[in-house]
Design a protein around this ligand. Structure first.
Ligand code: AMP
Ligand code: MG
Length: 270
């Protein structure tokens, strides 16, 4: 059995990313070695999501954060592949608009949390407001420092309303990022993904790691846990993420809704 608990940040512990290995492969030998497990997860996830949708009493929010080229898009493609598109949505968060900036930082986020019965995946999230915002001093320190508490309170409210929250930090090494960014320059099918701004952010790698450590340390809670996912190997990342989603959904007490009264007496006319 895959030990996923090992990757969950226990609430109230200080995270040091140096103690995690982004190239961790769980002692699997490669993609072929996990193919069967990935397929099983995909099949099971579809069934669990159908129950979630049919029952309409719970929802699932999956939050993805990573450095550029960390694999957010590819993880979403993999996970979404398992689900029925009718029951799930993906929301990406870019730099806030003037309208969004004229509100509190959670305003735009709260509107996008899933309604009961749905799965929503956030590609970036309110965590940008303690990551890029902190690294670039976009607001005074006193403002972003207060946000960890606001985030925990907000996530508690959302969780108490029936939404199970999972947060994944896809952790790649700086060397792996270099390879992936180079690939975006070398491969014509990936040119569109290359953004010169990514190099400016890369230069701030250490500052970002500190900001991630703070977010992971302060905001992993029983109601919205953080997972640090070693993400240098795409296949191991996919296996971990899909297994954690599967285990979480299996623990949500999802049931097929009961039959409406008198269903057994109904005869379909010829
Ligand atoms: P991408 O995900 O590559 O399309 O890039 C989206 C960009 O929006 C990233 O550079 C993020 O850091 C940036 N972004 C997202 N949320 C915020 C935020 N709250 N404040 C500033 N920048 C943000
Ligand atoms: Mg980008």
């Amino acid at each position: 059995m895959l030990d996923t608990v090992h990757y969950r940040v226990p609430p109230g512990t200080a995270v040091f990313l140096k103690s995690y290995d982004p190239a961790d492969d769980g002692n699997f030998t490669g993609k072929d070695d996990v193919e069967d497990d990935l397929k099983k997860n995909t099949k099971k996830l579809l069934e669990l999501q159908e129950k979630l949708y049919a029952q309409g009493k719970h929802a699932l929010l999956i939050i993805l954060q990573a450095m550029d080229a960390g694999g957010k898009d590819s993880t979403i493609a993999h996970v979404m592949n398992a689900f029925n598109p009718q029951g799930c949505s993906v929301v990406g968060f870019k730099a806030p608009t003037a309208e969004e900036l004229a509100h509190d930082f959670l305003w735009r986020i709260h509107q996008k949390t899933p309604r009961l019965g749905m799965v929503t995946i956030f590609n970036r999230s309110h965590y940008e407001d303690v990551l890029v915002v902190r690294v670039h001093n976009l607001v005074p320190a006193a403002v972003w420092q207060q946000r960890y508490t606001s985030i925990n309170d907000f996530e508690r409210l959302v969780a108490d309303s029936g939404v199970t929250i999972l947060k994944f930090f896809l952790y790649i090494s700086k060397d792996e990022q270099k390879k992936r960014l180079q690939d975006r320059i070398d491969d014509p099918t990936k040119h569109w993904k290359f953004n010169p701004q990514d190099l400016k952010e890369r230069a701030l790698w250490d500052d970002y790691m500190l900001a991630y450590e703070a977010a992971l340390s302060k905001c992993s809670t029983t109601w919205a846990p953080w997972y640090v996912i070693p993400a240098n190997h795409n296949w191991y990342r996919n296996l971990l993420v899909s297994t954690i989603i599967r285990q979480t959904m299996e623990g949500m007490g999802l049931e097929w809704p009961p039959a409406p009264d008198g269903l057994e007496k109904i005869k379909i006319p010829d």
